[in-house]
Design a protein around this ligand. Structure first.
Ligand code: NAD
Length: 481
């Protein structure tokens, strides 16, 4: 069994200062595959000191020089693609093909921010247009300092790429804390940093949980900027802690995203996109379209098409090529989702498909892909993030009702619109309060577009130029011409 009893600090693996042991589980075999020695405040102290020490040198490099390292991360991830796919599937439970999509997203992200780092050199010192005579103003960008990055367990290599790549591009040095549930894939990032000779202290990686490392990071005044992806409850804690010293925070939090299916849609194609929107990664996706708003005229056809597809899902070993869906990532998450299914029973929701319709594998944290229809908007399952393979659906009478119900949520991360008419789909999409709105397709993620949400889905945006800006300070030099 692998022992994660070292922390990556100042370019070296050093023994963790903590004592508590945390088990890392394979959610398919339910076996302990590694043990983390959870770090504590002493590890955070050492990592922050290393990051602060490395900061002047790293921020002084040109963007083009930093781009070389970012391309190094991309190349190393490509080289280790197969091995890291297996590791992600083994630690997280996702089907191997889905792990491949994660790797490709992460690689594209490092490449994109290599380009952005180079482009940053050209943005430095640009003249600002204004109408005051005799005055010159020029714009510069500087690193936001030491960045504390905290990631969740659902897409370890993707969520870390979306933070680490822009932070490094911007000239920040980093303390990264992976989720204690899935520390194995991100562990590779520290080894890659050594392999590509990233200067010591630029990336520090700490293993541990929220209590041991997370809280000590947010309490540490040596971290200038936090970027957190995870639950709303913890995100609010991070924000509260960062308010000490008025430090900058970006938050990527939960979602309860809608998929709107209009009466002019092809029910079969709509069903394909609905399936991909909710059952990818066992539904443990912040942008999962977990609320289906389907026009009454085609609702029965869509439910039939969904039932056929759900019955065809092959649940099983994530490493087997025939598997469509693996187990949930932890027994804890499985139990959380089960709790919602119990609420559904108490509320008397109508299941088109649930665990009564299929035999689950004997081992592993599996749950049946579930579809409830005619779900009242007052139901907790309609309003709260379940974070599992559970789709709630209801019929609507027209487009206006679909838009109003789509926007009637505390969250606003993502949405999908399905219509036989692309122009209509785009017109509807523009009326939705969400950061990413797809139409007539699956959830394509491009590093060039923003990621992040309205309302309780978070603060700020990742990806695109906005993802870089989150780690930059802008400044202007103003004086006589
Ligand atoms: P979580 O909030 O439990 O944990 C996230 C991270 O925070 C982990 O690394 C954890 O160890 C750490 N943490 C826990 N307590 C902490 C504390 N007090 N201080 C600092 N750090 C602490 O979330 P999770 O269960 O790992 O992930 C699921 C959640 O993440 C869902 O709500 C999901 O919607 C959200 N998510 C959002 C996005 C997005 O882009 N908006 C992407 C992925 C996941």
């Amino acid at each position: 069994m692998q022992q994660l009893d070292h922390q990556f600090i100042d370019g070296r693996w050093v023994p963790s200062q903590g004592r508590r042991r945390l088990a890392v589980t394979n959610p398919y075999t339910e076996e302990t595959i590694a043990e983390v020695t959870a770090g504590d405040a002493a590890d955070v102290e050492a990592a922050v000191a290393a990051a602060r020490h490395a900061l002047p040198g790293w921020r002084a490099l040109s963007g083009a020089d930093r781009a070389i390292y970012l391309n190094g991360f991309a190349a190393a991830l490509s080289e280790r693609r197969k091995e890291l796919m297996r590791l992600s599937s083994t630690n997280n439970g996702k089907a191997l093909a889905e792990a491949g999509i994660d790797l490709d997203d992460a690689i594209a992200c490092y490449r994109y921010y290599a380009e952005q780092a180079r482009a940053l050199d050209e943005r430095q010192g640009q003249r600002v247009e204004h109408d005051m005579t005799g005055v010159e103003a020029r714009r510069y960008f500087d690193s936001a300092g030491v960045a504390g990055l905290i990631t969740p367990w659902n897409f370890p290599l993707v969520t870390s790429a979306w933070k680490l790549a822009p932070a490094l591009a911007a000239g920040c040095t980093v303390v990264l804390k992976p989720s204690e549930v899935t520390p194995l894939p991100e562990q590779a990032l520290a080894d890659i940093a050594s392999d590509i000779a990233l200067p010591d202290g630029v990336l520090n990686l700490l293993h541990g949980d929220g209590e041991g490392i997370g809280a000590a990071m947010t309490a540490h005044s040596g971290i200038d900027k936090f970027s957190f992806t995870g639950s709303n409850a913890v995100g609010e804690n991070v924000m509260r802690a960062a308010s000490q010293g008025s430090r900058n925070v970006s938050l990527e939090l939960g979602g309860k995203s809608p998929i709107l299916v209009m009466e002019d849609s092809d029910p079969q194609r709509a069903a394909d996109w609905i399936m991909a929107g909710i059952y990818f990664n066992m539904g443990q996706v912040c942008s999962a379209t977990s609320r289906l708003l389907v026009h009454r005229a085609i609702a029965d056809d869509v439910y039939d098409a969904l039932a056929t597809r759900i019955d065809a899902i092959n649940l099983g070993d994530p490493l087997a090529e025939t598997t469509d869906m693996g187990p949930l990532t932890s027994s804890r998450q499985r139990d959380t989702v089960k709790g919602y299914l119990e609420i559904a029973r108490q509320e008397g929701l109508t299941a088109v498909r649930d665990d009564r319709h299929r035999q689950l594998p004997k081992q592993g944290y599996f749950l049946a892909p579930t579809l409830f229809r005619d779900v009242p908007t007052s139901s907790r399952l309609w309003r709260e993030e379940v974070f599992g393979p559970v789709l709630c659906a209801r019929s609507v009478n027209d487009e206006a009702e679909a838009i109003a119900l789509a926007n009637d949520s505390d969250f606003g991360l993502a949405a999908t619109v399905v219509s036989g008419d692309n122009e209509r789909a785009k017109r509807i999409g523009r009326q939705l309060q969400a950061g990413s709105i797809w139409f007539n397709g699956e959830q394509v993620v491009l590093p060039q577009t923003s990621w992040g949400g309205f309302k309780r889905s978070g603060i700020g945006r990742e990806l695109g130029p906005w993802g870089l800006d989150a780690y930059l300070e802008v400044k202007h030099l103003i004086g006589p011409q």
